[in-house]
Design a protein. Structure first.
Length: 139
């Protein structure tokens, strides 16, 4: 498994609920992937603190079997496997089955980018005109 992207940008401005696009920067030969969400809440539910820790661990260590990744994160293998599946569905990491001599097969997890960038945009609600209350005489 090789690193596919120089940068993955995860942001909450989107035309689709969840869309992943790959684009090449003109003339640079570098590629980046953009994962977009409609709102910050959807982005935060996908990229929880534990899942971001998982991305950091992979960036620091390189490809790891799920069991080794769980040990590094001091979490259960089941919880890490669930988070790996969720992140793989968004396309920011990849998994590969590899031979584990004498023990069958293992799942190896790899980061797909050299850099992850999270961009949160929170727009202020449009101002509502002040409502005028009309008091009637004798009311």
């Amino acid at each position: 498994m090789e690193t596919r992207f120089d940068k993955v940008t995860i942001k909450n401005q989107s035309f689709d609920s969840l869309s992943a696009t790959v684009k090449r920067q003109r003339g640079s030969g570098q590629s980046q992937m953009v994962v977009s969400f409609d709102n910050v809440a959807d982005m935060r539910s996908c990229f929880t603190e534990m899942r971001v820790d998982l991305l950091i661990a992979l960036s620091e260590s390189g490809p790891l079997p799920v069991g080794d990744l769980a040990a590094k994160l001091k979490r259960s293998r089941t919880a890490v496997a669930r988070d790996v599946s969720a992140l793989a569905r968004t396309g920011v990491i990849a998994t590969e089955s590899a031979a584990n001599p004498g023990h069958g097969r293992i799942t190896v997890v790899k980061s797909l980018a050299r850099r992850y960038e999270f961009v949160w945009s929170i727009d202020a609600a449009p101002k509502q005109p002040a409502s005028k209350s009309v008091r009637r005489k004798g009311a």
